[in-house]
Design a protein around this ligand. Structure first.
Ligand SMILES: Nc1ncnc2c1ncn2[C@@H]1O[C@H](COP(=O)(O)OP(=O)(O)OP(=O)(O)O)[C@@H](O)[C@H]1O
Ligand SMILES: [Mg+2]
Length: 347
């Protein structure tokens, strides 16, 4: 019996999880209960949850102490210091294999930046289903505007208007912000926006996002974190290059994580950042001695989550093994693991 497969049958482009999986990974995702559903092959209706997003504030920092990575921390702390002193930032690209500790390191960078008084914003390039959530920019912009992901459209419109009043974006950038946030166009600007071709709109949206971030950073320096770049689509990468360019001229550091395989930061992308400094940090595995505590915890977490999920190979688990078969930076359906699916190789 494969509960994950039954849930997939039910999902119409959404991500559904069982109640047990929701308990197991509930701290990492936001999910809404859909109530019990009749599933083929199950005697009783099964409680089902709909994943509506990843909880960007949730990390597992509270659950295990951060270990190692002294060199990387020092390097990044230096970049943050220079940014605050010179009021010019840049890009930090954290690269590494699946489960090597990219997210954990950027959480640590977030803590460092917070201690230095920087405002922090984080977005993930998700891979929950084809075509969904591959563009982290709207989430980043909502964070910059301080709008909750489940905030109402009128709240977003209010924040956009306040951004104009506060000189954070220009009046003629409002249509671009509205387009990005999927808000109705203001009546007085609709005709101008409708008359633009798609290239002009794209340029406008990119410039608006960069302006928004840079001007906010002039008030309070910013750390922008975008995770799992290897899943980003072309439009998101263009946006990020523009943000990177803005970071070179404002007190703002853009931190991105990517797998080595599929790293989209190539010569062309760097060229589009208009000379903004890009520091690449390639993560090696943690040394055995210091990684053992983390790896024991990780194996416990995965086997616990999968056994709580169904007692077999159903549902979704977060695997952390550098040598597991899952692709980098991806929530993997447990049903794709060879049975029995408690497999999680600690690095
Ligand atoms: N320096 C560290 N100290 C303590 N725990 C760590 C450290 N690095 C990684 N971990 C733990 O190892 C696990 C995997 O790390 P993490 O999620 O950061 O990897 P990742 O490279 O982001 O993986 P993915 O490719 O899936 O995005 C997590 O449970 C994390 O807390
Ligand atoms: Mg990660």
């Amino acid at each position: 019996m494969n509960l994950a497969a039954r849930l997939q049958d039910q999902a119409a482009g959404e991500t559904l999880i069982s109640a047990a999986v929701q308990r197991g990974i509930g701290g990492r995702v936001r999910a809404e209960p859909l109530g019990p559903r009749a599933l083929r092959g199950f005697d009783r209706p099964v409680p089902v949850w709909l994943v509506v997003g990843v909880d960007s504030s949730a990390g597992d920092a509270a659950r295990t102490p951060f270990v190692g990575r002294a060199r990387e921390r020092t390097q990044i702390a230096g970049i943050l210091d220079v940014c605050l002193e010179s009021r010019r930032g840049g890009v930090v690209l954290v690269r590494g294999e699946a489960g090597i500790g990219k997210t954990r390191l950027v959480e640590e960078i977030g803590t460092l930046a917070g201690a230095l008084g920087m405002a922090r914003h984080r977005a993930l390039v998700l891979d929950f289903g084809v075509g969904k959530g591959r563009d982290p920019i709207p989430a980043l912009v909502r964070g910059l505007l301080d709008v909750a992901p489940d905030g109402s459209k009128s709240e977003w419109e209010g924040r956009a208007a306040a951004a104009v009043d506060g000189g954070i974006i220009d009046q003629d950038q409002v249509p671009f912000l509205h387009d990005l946030l999927d808000l109705p166009q203001p009546t007085d600007q609709r005709a101008r926006f409708d008359a633009m071709d798609s290239a002009a709109r794209r340029r406008g949206i990119k410039a608006t996002v960069a302006t928004l971030a840079a001007r906010l950073a002039e008030g309070t320096p910013r750390l922008l974190i975008v995770e799992d770049l290897h899943w980003a689509d072309a439009s998101a990468l263009e946006h990020l290059a523009e943000l990177a360019a803005a970071a070179g001229e404002a007190p703002m550091v853009l931190v991105m994580t990517t797998c080595v395989e599929g790293d989209p930061v190539d010569h062309g992308w760097r060229g589009a950042t208009r000379g903004s400094p890009v520091t690449t940090i390639d993560l090696a595995p943690l040394r055995t001695a210091i990684s053992s505590a983390a790896s024991i915890w990780r194996s416990n977490m995965v086997s616990d989550a999968s056994s709580r999920a169904t007692g077999s190979c159903s549902g979704w688990v977060l695997s952390s093994g550098a040598t597991s078969t899952r692709p980098c930076g991806k929530w993997t359906p447990a049903s794709t693991f060879p049975a029995p699916c408690t497999t999680s190789t600690a690095k």
